[in-house]
Design a protein around this ligand. Sequence first.
Ligand code: NDP
Ligand code: 8X3
Length: 251
Amino acid sequence: MEKEIVLVTGATSGIGEAIAGLLAENGFRIILTGRRSDRLEQLKNRFEKLTSVHTLCFDIRDRALVDKAVDSLPEVWQEVDILINNAGLAAGFDHFHEGDIEDWEQMIDTNLKGVLYISRKIAPGMIERGSGHIVNVGSIAGSEMYEKGNVYSATKHAVEALSKGMRIDMLKHGIKVSTVSPGMVETEFSLVRFKGDKDMAKHPYRGMKPLTGRDVAEAVLFMLTRPPHVSIHDLLIMPTAQATTLNVLRD
Ligand code: NDP
Ligand code: 8X3
């Protein structure tokens, strides 16, 4: 039997790239998405040595582009069994009263509305077929607040709430909905949050060992390979050196 088709959003770096790579190693057929077409092309070439790969280049904040991208899938790629809602970001690190409203809009449009747009497009097919699995990448920031985390944390709290709502609404259709909520993972996340400032981007991980994208990918693979009657609703995965967002053991 052919392995399931998995669509991974934000597969061009970090956690999404690691998930795509591990799923490719395990024979899943993968659809990679993101805005950077050069990276999508490189990853396609790399992963095609392991499995079948299709790429879709679009900005998840644009509902028309999301619809167009999914509608463009060739027939053999249309039955998406698993959707990994990973694309997301933190933009800026400011006290609320000094926050940049464009940063807020980018986070809300990507982390929340992007998840809504693509899930709304993919879920009906899963329901028609009576099976499917949606994995939403949340965060420890989806259950805790910290200074200057304001809007980013609010979007991840929203992802947490949305996952619960999706799970209830799709219960009778046999669709699994999971959230994987990591603590600190060293990816391009901090480089994006601090707008390209490489020194600031290293700061969160000073004197401690953060998670890697691969650590999170292994947790996701575990979720995806449980038997049909088992659903991992939520999985919080932290570096051993991190107890809460702010309690971090450093050398
Ligand atoms: P990266 O910056 O390394 O990866 C982010 C991915 O999201 C990229 O592939 C990027 O692709 C994609 N993306 C961002 N904006 C858009 C957009 N508008 N349209 C399409 N794709 C987009 O960060 P991470 O891998 O760390 O982040 C992945 C997820 O994990 C995020 O949801 C993040 O909130 C979450 N997370 C991260 C943690 C961490 O400490 N790193 C901890 C907890 C959760 P491209 O730029 O090509 O569009
Ligand atoms: C990313 C983790 O602690 O920087 O979601 O918000 S944190």
